[in-house]
Design a protein around this ligand. Structure first.
Ligand SMILES: [Fe+2]
Ligand SMILES: [Fe+2]
Length: 293
């Protein structure tokens, strides 16, 4: 077996993987509806409520979590509209997006050494962390960062089954040549989980922000459009998620961070420790409230 795929083999594998997209658990239609609502500047609580109550099982789950200890509401919340009024559109939308994405993310991904729940919590922690960073600097993008964090690693869903065969070669590149895991993937396959995730986002008709968050989360400096700031938050939050031990798997310990991104947002050791503490707490509690539903 050769260490690297030839150009032709790489093209053939890419096509094979893409031909399998339809057979994978995908994001339910409600995710695109929630994203459209998020992108609509004239959105209002009624529009969000309408989307959620259309799906009775999702509504029930949202209500149960809204009433969980995590949100600590003193009054019983029995309708989605009350939940939106008391907890805000952003919180309820993010909750619905997370629950609706769990089918695709809350599985095991053996190629990456991830047990069931680990990619989901890693994604959730990245979303939560990106939210903290955006809030801290009072970013205008606070509503969108959660989504960009939540769906940044969807390419792993596609690459996981093919990693096993080449894992020793990839590890060798990572350790002997001190290269990041995603670069080693690219060297071996000719593409990596970032390329696959970006293509999957296009096929799932997700917005450009999700295409970019997949493509550039390991190297936000490559993103040259209006999404670049959000991708920087995702990059930092991705690292914070690993430091908080969410979804380390095979590649998490070989995460190469862009220090200039941390410096740009003044994330020194003290702020980093605070972020790790907050992300760990929120992600664990949110996840706990979700798995019992
Ligand atoms: Fe990644
Ligand atoms: Fe990640």
């Amino acid at each position: 077996m050769s260490d690297h795929l030839s150009e032709e083999e790489s093209k053939a594998l890419w096509q094979k993987i893409m031909s399998e997209v339809g057979t994978l658990p995908s994001l339910p239609e409600i995710v695109s509806k929630l994203i459209k609502e998020l992108e609509n500047k004239d959105t209002n609580p009624e529009a969000l409520e309408k989307i959620i109550i259309n799906d009775s099982s999702l509504s029930a789950k949202v209500l149960r979590i809204a009433n969980s200890a995590y949100y600590g509401q003193s009054r019983q919340i029995d309708t989605i509209s009350k939940a939106i009024v008391l907890m805000g559109m952003n919180t309820i939308r993010n909750l619905a997006l997370t629950l609706a994405s769990s089918n695709a993310l809350n599985r095991s991904f053996d190629g990456y050494g991830l047990e069931k729940g680990q990619l989901f919590t890693h994604s959730l922690a990245t979303a939560v962390g990106a939210g903290f960073i955006a809030r801290n600097i009072k970013s205008d993008d606070q509503e969108k960062v959660f989504l960009a964090g939540l769906l940044h690693d969807i390419g792993k869903i596609l690459l996981s089954p093919y990693l096993k065969k080449y894992i020793e070669v990839i590890k060798k590149i990572v350790f002997d040549e001190d290269k990041p895991f995603n670069k080693a993937e690219k060297e071996v396959f000719g593409f990596n989980h970032c390329d696959l995730g970006a293509e999957l986002a296009i096929r799932w008709e997700l917005p450009q922000l999700i295409v970019d968050s997949n493509k550039y989360h390991h190297d936000p400096s490559e993103c040259k459009n209006e999404n670049s700031k959000i991708i920087e938050y995702v990059h930092i939050a991705d690292h914070i998620s690993y430091l908080s031990k969410f979804g380390l798997g095979i590649d998490g310990n070989n995460y190469k961070i862009l220090f200039e991104t941390f410096e740009k947002y003044k994330i020194d050791d003290e702020r980093k420790a605070k972020l790790i503490e907050n992300v760990t707490k929120d992600t664990n509690e949110l996840f706990k409230s979700m798995v019992v539903v």
